[in-house]
Design a protein around this ligand. Structure first.
Ligand code: HEM
Length: 361
């Protein structure tokens, strides 16, 4: 491995004048401990994001964002374009895996308390990225203009419309009017291929630069053990050791993705008919199910508030607490674990899992 780095780094330096890159790659290390596995999930999310960009650009060569042509253009991609079905299937499967790995990455950095000082901004840029990833999922779902997507978007935007205080404005902003129409499709297309990619690029650059600048964090208990001399600090070079392991993970992910996309090609369903009645059992995508189920279970009135309003108020407050956790869990400073916030994380994870399972019954 070291002979590999000895050959590649001078080559990079000669070709690209990459002295700074070489210096960076030489210096960067990754800590080794029993939770090191979780360090791979950020890179895995990044890999799936790149898959999304590449397959998304290919889909754009044929996709047409109008209610008259959207469904037919996707039908053309999956039936006429060579390997079009595979590209569409990979894009859809990879979107779901990306949300999943982003969830795992978020909860793992939460439980490892990687948000502690000085990584507050890394956490906040990560949270904003997470909202952008959910936005990609929500806006992309409507684009094929099929029955399921149309009615799920109706329900989803209705939920957005019940958000406290700004709901009505938000609903009109998302739909481009009172109803889900061609104007909604135009907006969702704009969000999906222009606004969100722009935001994601800026946030990703910020997130990754911060991670490089600050280095990887250590779990608090290990940090204390090292400081008290009870355990030695162990690490491995990022290049090539960690990167090669990363690449093995990406290769495995590509295998899983290819298998899923080929064996279970993503369904297209039937073209949306805005005048038809909503089919039974309309649900949002799996990553919004926990909210959907909670709102369903709430009574019509919670104290003096409408049930849906109270539920969304609760979710908005919970999201605000989650974003602000580096500032609230301020006692989780050097080597101190604050049990309350660990408990809060366990509760949040349990709540999401139980509510999603109830919705899938
Ligand atoms: C598109 C989404 C995301 C991408 C591509 C991404 C990418 C990465 C990468 C490559 C790393 C370094 C390796 C690692 O720790 O796994 C990292 C670290 C980190 N990420 Fe993310 N991330 C994303 C979303 C998030 C989210 C949702 C959060 C949490 C709110 C988050 C918080 C962090 C933190 C705190 C670190 C530092 C970890 C440490 O120092 O131990 N990231 N991210």
């Amino acid at each position: 491995m070291h002979s590999l780095s000895r050959r590649i780094l001078p080559w990079l330096d000669q070709r690209c004048g990459a002295g700074a890159l070489e210096e960076f790659l030489r210096r960067k290390t990754v800590p080794i401990h029993r939770h090191s596995l979780w360090y791979y999930f950020g890179g895995m999310t990044l890999f799936l994001f790149v898959v999304q960009v590449l397959t998304g650009i290919l889909l754009l060569l044929y996709y047409q964002p109008t209610p008259e042509d959207a469904f037919e253009s996707v039908q053309y991609i999956v039936t006429q374009v060579r390997f079009g079905w595979l590209i569409r299937s990979v894009h859809s499967w990879s979107a779901n895996l990306l949300v999943f790995t982003a969830f795992v990455h978020m909860f793992s950095v939460y439980f490892l308390k990687a948000y502690r000082k000085p990584r507050e901004l890394t956490w906040i840029s990560g949270m904003l990225l997470f909202f952008v990833v959910l936005g990609f999922g929500f806006s992309g779902y409507l684009l094929p203009w099929n029955t399921l997507a149309f009615f799920a978007t109706k329900v989803g935007t209705e939920m957005a419309g019940a958000v406290p205080f700004v709901g009505k404005w938000f609903l009109i902003f998302l739909r481009g009017g009172e109803e889900v129409t061609g104007a909604t499709l135009t907006r969702f297309f704009g969000f999906h291929v222009a606004v969100l990619p722009g935001l994601a690029t800026v946030l990703l650059a910020m997130h990754l630069l911060l991670v490089q600048h600050l280095g990887m964090s250590l779990p608090p208990s290990l940090e204390r053990a090292i400081a008290e001399g009870r355990q030695p600090a162990r690490s491995m070079p990022f290049f090539p050791n960690f990167l090669l392991r990363d690449i093995m993970g990406w290769y495995a992910a590509l295998g899983v993705l290819g298998a899923l996309a080929a064996v279970f090609p993503w369904e297209l369903g039937t073209k949306a008919d805005p005048f038809a009645a909503a089919p039974a059992g309309i649900r949002p995508e799996w990553y919004f199910l926990f909210m959907f189920q909670t709102l369903k279970l709430l009574p019509a009135k919670v104290f003096f508030l409408e049930g849906e309003f109270a539920g969304l108020l609760g979710f908005s407050l919970a999201a605000a607490v989650w974003v602000a956790v580096p500032f609230l869990d301020y006692r989780a400073g050097f080597g101190r674990v604050t049990r309350f916030f660990t408990g809060l994380g366990v509760f949040a994870l349990g709540f999401i899992l139980v509510m999603s399972a109830l919705a899938l019954r």
